[in-house]
Design a protein around this ligand. Structure first.
Ligand SMILES: C[S@@+](CC[C@H](N)C(=O)[O-])C[C@H]1O[C@@H](n2cnc3c(N)ncnc32)[C@H](O)[C@@H]1O
Length: 207
């Protein structure tokens, strides 16, 4: 509950905390996929879900924050697209969405505590149609040193909420790995992510 309150407070400003433009890796990855149905867990203020809708995707998004949903729907309206956006906790995901339903699931800076990652992420492929993709960009465990040098880069307060290549292999052992790398990148995303950081980038395909 505290986490939810924190995010609602963060999103209560007029600005979009991570900007209104999509994440660059998300945008580049989507350009290589055929539009279909996409699920965006922890979509925040909707920059990625709304972008996907402008590219012809049918979008289901959710986040625990009511404030995030409000701003996402406003952004969708401004861009002239429709998205389905629910206020949900990650732990409700399998009670909400049917199996074998999505062509893609995108986890963009979806930083969750280890019990949610290990307890709920491994079943995400069940929600994909055969041939569907999971894509992820999230801060790597090495990002902590970047945060110390430059707090403006953002990222979660706890290294346990970050990612590693090893963790991705553990979470999705049955997906074919299309991309898996850890990289230093420069981010310029709204007020929330600015400067050099370290991320894990992943694309996995359901066989
Ligand atoms: C760093 S933000 C990223 C938002 C968005 N994906 C983006 O890239 O703009 C992390 C998001 O995770 C959401 N979140 C954290 N824990 C969650 C949970 N257990 N269930 C649903 N959403 C959660 C927060 O509300 C927040 O919007």
């Amino acid at each position: 509950m505290k986490m939810k309150r924190n995010w609602n407070e963060r999103y209560s400003i007029a600005d979009y905390v991570y900007g209104e433009e999509p994440n660059e890796y998300f945008k580049a990855t989507l350009a290589n996929l055929h539009p279909g149905k996409i699920l965006l867990p922890a979509d925040g203020e909707g920059r990625n879900g709304v972008y996907a809708a402008t590219q012809g995707w049918e979008v289901e998004a959710f986040d625990q924050s009511e404030q995030a949903r409000e701003k996402a729907l406003q952004l969708a309206q401004r861009k002239g697209v429709r998205i389905n956006y629910q206020v949900l906790d990650f732990q409700q995901i399998y009670d909400t969405y049917p199996k074998e339903n999505f062509d893609a699931i995108a986890l963009i800076f979806a930083h969750m505590p280890p019990e949610i990652k290990s307890g709920y992420f491994p079943q995400l492929p069940d929600l994909l149609k055969p041939g569907g993709h999971i894509l992820l960009e999230g801060f790597s465990k090495n990002h902590v040193t970047y945060q110390q040098k430059n707090p403006g880069i953002g990222g979660p307060p706890d290294v346990e909420m970050m990612y590693s290549e090893e963790l991705m292999r553990e979470l999705f052992p049955d997906l074919e790995i299309i991309t898996l790398s850890e990289q230093e990148i420069s981010l310029n995303e709204g007020l929330g992510h600015n400067g050099l950081g370290s991320v894990v980038r992943y694309i996995g395909k359901k066989r």
